[in-house]
Write a protein that binds this ligand. Structure first.
Ligand code: GLY
Length: 399
């Protein structure tokens, strides 16, 4: 049952967004978005000064809860997002202080180019050093990405036609998680930029296996597929961070949407495009997607309303804007309208921090793992990263 507050909030959001719904990409929407993007960027530069002050020089920001900053070492899967967000901010503002902070954090992070503890070296190195190279053209950053790709493929397991996400544990033999689709970007990029074709080959094989084994007939995805490493058979399909094994964990759906859209960018293989469109349709037509289009932490959460996951909204917004580049006019309008509403919603007081608050993070209200009661209704680095990426993508493609 939706509470009265929830219904009221939805109604207000719909009234505010109605002009936008009917005029997506019109001159007035573009004007509105241009000013929203600029306001967010100016806000974020100031806000990230607070985040910087809260983060010791040898640590990375992770979250903020109960009035306290939570930081991590560079081996944490999210360590590339803070430097990556700084590069996005620098790209827009050309602020020398932002660049200096980004460079300082890259120096701290560089040792992780040989990280093999899990599959996340793509998030860690490509979101940070990949952006640094794209923006500056400095070859030293490309060298780090090239090295990281070489270490990333050491986790490729021929028997399961996939990169192993996490190591064997008490409950899981050889788990592959949907999030792994995101790490493939680094491999495809390295092949495209003079690296060996083997990186692309592994990325394609992994994506094809994920498409076959992770997805359900309704185009939602399981979080985890666990394989038998000896014979390649599937042991089980489960939902680590979702509500239950057959539920649709919101961030997982967003990772998949982003991942298959990105696969199409590099390959122009229509199968990936169709997959991305099917995932977009699953998300956008889901009866439990709220009017402001920021999902609850799971589309099948046991109680709705429940906590929103701003990170899932930000990732989906960024992905939909890219998907809009590869489809016809009607689908483009659907995806860009939805992404616009997501970005507008995230920019509102419901999700965006007040200046100086929230430990210096831009967005509030993300969920790490709801049922584990870990990082619930808190800021998370990747929500900020994909939010700014979405704003920049809107500026690049739709203004
Ligand atoms: N990749 C871990 C997560 O999305 O929570």
């Amino acid at each position: 049952m939706r509470s009265t507050f929830e219904k009221l909030t939805s109604a207000v959001v719909m009234i505010l967004l109605l002009p936008l719904l009917s005029t997506a990409q019109s001159a007035s929407t573009k004007k509105q978005m241009a000013s929203l993007i600029d306001e967010n960027m100016q806000f974020a530069v100031k806000q990230y000064q607070v985040l910087k002050a809260n983060t010791p020089a040898d640590r990375m920001p992770r979250s903020f809860a109960q009035g306290r900053s939570i930081t991590s070492g560079t081996e944490w899967w999210c360590s590339g997002f803070y430097p990556g967000t700084l590069w996005y901010l620098y790209e827009y503002t050309k602020d020398a202080n932002v660049k200096a902070e980004a460079e300082k954090r890259l120096a701290l992070l560089e040792k992780e180019k040989r990280y093999t503890g899990n599959h996340d070296i793509g998030f860690m190195i490509f979101c940070s050093f990949g952006n640094a190279y794209r923006i500056t053209g400095d070859k030293k950053y490309k060298d780090v990405v090239d090295t990281a790709a070489a270490y990333q493929i050491t986790r490729y397991r021929p028997s399961i036609h996939s990169i192993q996400s996490w190591n064997k544990s008490k409950n899981l033999n050889c788990p592959v998680i949907i999030d792994n689709m995101m790490n493939l970007e680094q491999l495809l990029w390295v092949t495209q930029h003079g690296g060996s074709g083997k990186y692309k080959e592994i990325a394609l094989t992994h994506a094809n296996t994920t498409l076959k084994n992770h997805y359900r007939p309704d185009h939602s995805t399981f979080h985890i597929v666990d394989y038998n490493l000896d014979n390649g058979e599937i042991i089980k399909k489960v939902n680590g961070q979702g509500a239950h094994d057959t539920s649709a964990w919101s961030r997982g759906q967003a990772w998949g949407l982003y991942g298959f859209t990105m696969m199409y960018r590099f390959t122009k293989n229509k199968t990936y495009l169709e997959q991305a469109k099917n995932i977009a349709n699953f998300i956008l037509s889901h009866p439990n997607l709220p009017a402001d289009k920021i999902p609850y932490w799971d589309y099948n959460a046991p109680q709705i309303p429940t906590s929103r996951d701003a990170s899932a909204g930000a990732i989906a917004a960024s992905a939909l804007l890219e998907l809009g580049q590869y489809v016809g006019k009607t689908d483009r309008a659907t995806y860009v309208d939805a992404a616009t509403i997501m970005l507008q919603s995230l920019s509102s007081d419901a999700y965006r921090a007040k200046p100086g608050e929230n430990g210096g993070f831009i967005l509030k209200n993300s969920v790490g793992s709801f049922l584990a009661n870990s990082e619930v209704d808190v800021p998370l680095t990747y929500a900020d990263y994909y939010f700014l990426e979405g704003l920049l993508r809107y500026k690049k493609w739709y203004l």
